[in-house]
Structure formats: structure tokens, C-alpha cells
Write a new protein. Structure first.
Length: 94
């Protein structure tokens, strides 16, 4: 489902528009009836924390003991977070 909204409608109805996006809609944001942006859900979704915890619990049930992260686990997680961290501050945002 594709929907078209103006910048003003986006500003006024952000929550409702994001709800539509979560339901699978693709939103085309227009300025003077010309597309300026598209809002959609990411095409590839990763696991949630709750999914990861459920997997760990299942491994624990099968193994008889809780999985233990290796010594480099925290560094790996921090590295992944740093690789995907983007700032919303700066000249691009005014």
C-alpha cells in the first residue's frame, strides 16, 4: 500500500503515519505535489533482544547450562553499535 502525504500532513500526523508504515505502507512525502522523501520499514529486519534471549534460553534448555559469551563479546557488540551510530546533530539538520 502506497500513501502520499504533504510535509504539513507528516508534521501533523507523524504518529498515525508511522503506524501505517509499521503495518507495511510506504509513504511518499510530497512538497508542492513532488516527491521529496519515502518512508518505509527496513527491508531486512534483525532479531529483537527478546528473540535473542529466547534463543539463549532454548540453548540453555538443550545444553543444561547457560551460554556464556566469550571475552571479546562486549567489544564485538560495541563495534557493531559504533558502525551503525549516526548523529542527528550537525549542519545537515540546520
Amino acid at each position: 500500500m502506497n500513501l502520499r502525504v504533504s510535509e504539513a500532513e507528516l508534521a501533523q500526523h507523524t504518529h498515525a503515519i508511522l503506524t501505517k508504515v509499521q503495518q507495511g505502507a510506504e509513504i511518499v512525502v510530497e512538497q508542492d505535489r513532488r516527491p521529496v522523501a519515502i518512508i518505509r520499514s527496513p527491508r531486512k529486519r534483525g532479531r529483537t533482544i527478546s528473540d535473542c534471549m529466547a534463543i539463549a534460553r532454548e540453548h540453555q534448555r538443550k545444553l543444561g547450562y547457560a551460554p556464556v559469551p566469550d571475552a571479546d563479546f562486549a567489544a564485538d557488540v560495541q563495534s557493531a553499535m559504533n558502525a551503525h551510530r549516526e548523529s542527528f546533530e550537525g549542519s545537515v539538520w540546520g
